[in-house]
Design a protein around this ligand. Sequence first.
Ligand code: NAD
Length: 502
Amino acid sequence: MKAYGRHHYIDGSFDAGLGTRTGPVFNPSTGQLVYDCNYADTRTVDHAVQVAAAAARKWGSQSQARRLEVIFRMRELLRSEVEPLADLIGRENGKTLADARGEIGRAVEALEFATNFSQIMKGEYSANVGGSIDIFSMRQPLGVVACIAPFNFPVMQPLMMASLAVAVGNAVVHKPSERVPGPAGRLGELWTKAGLPNGIWNVVNGDAEAVDAIVENPSVRAISFVGSTRVGEKIYHIGTGLNKRVAAYTGGKNHMVVMPDADLDAAANAFVSAGFGSASQRCMAVSLLVAVGKNTADSLRELIVPLVRRLKVGAFDEAGVDFGPLVSAAAQKAVKEAVHRTATEGAELVVDGSQLVVTGREQGFYAGPSLADRVTTNMELWKEEIFGPIRGIMRAGDFDEAVEIVNAHQYGNGAVIFTRDGPAAHRFCRDVEAGMLGVNVPIPVPVGNFNFGGLRRSRFGDAHMFGPETAKFFTKLKTISQRWPEPFGSSEALSLAFEPHE
Ligand code: NAD
């Protein structure tokens, strides 16, 4: 298996870079070191940005038809590469092959959405606003834009963030997670194969040093970041301080409110699949169930516990596995500690899977599913995002109390309600402060022509990802006033007054 993530991908080929630092890439299913990845230093990042800037000048002036052709070809390539790409994702991220295939499906959707770019790019025109002046607007690419990505969706996330950036004529510098650099290198190669000119999609690997160099490089005009709130908030402040556009999509803690009238079997199933899928390493995973009413929590718990106990945890490529390992040994340790603290803080630990050992894979970064009941708002399990398989049940006396719990949280990425009560669902959507809401839909990630993004500390900046606003984020707007007087030439007297539109 080729180590696609060993080197950077700059100007259409793999490049060792100038830095001397490297970092280990593990197979989380076995815990084995697979290869060392070269980390970019400032000189390597600056080189990639310079290459991108030169390429962007030509690409941005190519016809829309030419750019569209490349996006279509990339879509076809991705569709033909599902199996090898899924294997690459699973090998470094740990998610199951079925889950990785689903991720690639969403990445294909992102490319399909990007084919709409010419519609979004259309400007406006007003004829004769006064004094024979016509006004029109047009959007132009920014030049070099950056895409700083997390580990949890190594293929979908960069394509959701930046397919439109390419379509509208920019060059991209993609910095994948240093824990999962392989799929990024392969994506770079696929873009080249699709006919994207060299230098338009570059990948630089590394950690904070590479990110800081990207954020500080004056030629990088916009930064799309997805990752933790700790890092996203920092990048947002530094980047905007340098007058760059920054959109940072950050952490989440997604509540699932279940009303007493809901289909409890469906709600229990949804909670387990949306809560534990991908080892709970999704920003839109359901973290907490908020059961409303006297008996709802107990009834749900009876349904949920056997489902949780039945979940099979194992290697990414093992048949019948529900979820794989965590991405790293550090993530595994953090989850084990969080499970331990949950019990000491007074929640009832109903299922403790934290000590799970997978036979034959003893060095893998596994944690089994854990479930805590009677979680309250003074506990860490409510307050903090725990990116691993421990989920909690909370109890609310009525609908208003449930909404109060959801709205008291620092994060507002997603929130969902399960109910048969239309007015309650309506009030939920009106009153809950989260960017993506679901009614009987457990993971409400929208399709591409709608905007993606959270509220409160789940997003920094005003932009959205995936929907039409992405194209605006990656373009600059110009407004032009023009007059072509007849007869051509002027016999008017010279006036220095600011002209009203008459
Ligand atoms: P992370 O913040 O550790 O890493 C994200 C990126 O930032 C990586 O490329 C990493 O190399 C870089 N980075 C890490 N530390 C840095 C530092 N000190 N300075 C500069 N750059 C740094 O996040 P992660 O662990 O890869 O991903 C998980 C997080 O991403 C979770 O919090 C999850 O909720 C969030 N996430 C959010 C969304 C969303 O749409 N809101 C989507 C996916 C993931």
